[in-house]
Write a protein that binds this ligand. Structure first.
Ligand code: TXA
Ligand code: MG
Length: 343
């Protein structure tokens, strides 16, 4: 199959008609959202959704998010009390938040992996929303990477993973957030974050103070409630390590490590502060931005891992960040990318 990439600019939104035709006939389209690129199928067509699992090599028991374009779809696809959902939706939709709710009979089993709940998200990206609106049905979309790899934040990376497997990639430029949405379970008494993202625990607690994060995110021996959290994830090709400690400790550890591995090509991803202290020539450096600018850091980590893979480094060292606010999501991804290995 030949994979086309079409760039969307402000004035050619009608190009989306082509994408809608493909989705309508049961094929796949990759498209931008504000978080990461998604690999979309008509969410009410089980044969189409099946193709997502094949293209990604995704385990069948890992359920998919249905992307919606309005509150009507929220009501149609879920059942049970929507009071909390509507409060959160008013506040954070359209945006990087996914709500897990009791599902309605409309939702195909292949979407939920047999669970009685469904994950719904109303994305902020205009291309994504227009695509759903024009299709008139929810779009099932996981991140548009081969399973296990870092999620793609641009069309080029999406193409690297899915070339020859899908007919169309819509190029809407780089994604703003750069990490997948916050997944919030609303099927218990109080909201629980199953996957951290740009809608942080702190933001959620301003509305529902008793909100918590799933224990499996903080303790290794808890079984995650979000099936996707148990799989190997976000892994670069190179062996990767986290670098933690005070700035001084980091600098010392890193200097030693570079000396000990002088025969290797080393990639380093870190804050501007850390990188400004390193001048070594044998390293490929990815500047994630100022230590305190977590929005910028978040938007650059998946892209950074992909860039280092393209440069064929042998080892990647990534600076650890604080786990407050958006830092929780950043560290969640980095721990998975490195397999929780520290220098
Ligand atoms: O930002 C995002 O959420 C991106 C863009 C494309 O929207 N999508 C995305 O999808 O990250 P995916 O499939 O890579 O991750 C979906 C996550 C998985 O961890 C999955 O296990 C969880 O949501 N999930 C889906 N349905 C669920 C359910 N019913 N209960 C618990 N977790 C669920
Ligand atoms: Mg994913």
């Amino acid at each position: 199959m030949k994979t086309k990439i079409i760039k969307v600019k402000d004035d050619n939104f009608n190009i989306l008609s082509q994408a809608v035709e493909i989705l309508d006939r049961g094929d796949l389209v990759a498209f931008p959202t504000e978080t990461v690129y998604g690999l979309g199928a008509d969410g009410l067509n089980p044969q189409a959704v099946e193709k997502i699992f094949l293209a990604k090599g995704r385990p069948q028991d890992n359920p998919l998010i249905l992307h919606i374009s309005d509150f009507r779809m929220l009501e149609d696809l879920s059942s049970g009390d929507l009071t909390k959902a509507k409060i959160l939706a008013e506040k954070f939709w359209p945006g990087p938040m996914t709500l897990v709710l009791k599902k309605s009979n409309l939702v195909p089993d292949i979407i939920t992996g047999g669970l009685d709940t469904v994950a719904l998200r109303l994305p902020a990206n205009e291309i994504a929303r227009n695509l759903i609106r024009k299709l008139g049905r929810p779009i099932a979309a996981p991140s548009a990477n081969i399973s296990g790899r870092p999620s793609p934040t641009d069309a080029r990376t999406t193409f690297e993973d899915l070339d020859g497997k899908i007919p169309l990639i819509i190029d809407g430029g780089s994604t703003r957030v750069g990490l997948e949405s916050t997944v919030i379970d609303l099927t218990e008494d109080e909201p629980v974050i199953l996957r951290p993202g740009a809608i942080t625990l702190e933001m959620l607690r301003e509305i529902f103070p008793s909100s918590s994060i799933d224990l499996s995110l903080v303790s290794a021996d808890q079984v995650p409630k979000s099936p996707g959290q148990k799989y190997k994830h976000y892994a670069p090709k190179a062996e990767a390590y986290l670098l933690k400690g005070s700035l001084l400790e980091k600098v010392n550890k890193l200097s030693d490590f570079i000396k000990e591995n002088s025969d290797k090509k080393i990639g380093i991803m870190g804050s501007s502060q850390l990188l400004s202290l390193f001048q070594a020539s044998q390293i490929e450096a990815i500047d994630l931005g100022p230590w305190e600018d977590l929005d910028q850091v978040a938007s650059k980590i998946f892209k950074g891992l992909r860039d280092l893979d393209r440069k064929n480094v042998d080892i990647i060292v990534v600076e650890a960040f604080s786990e407050a606010g958006l830092g929780l999501a950043i560290m969640n991804r980095l721990k998975k990318s490195t397999g929780n290995k520290y220098l």
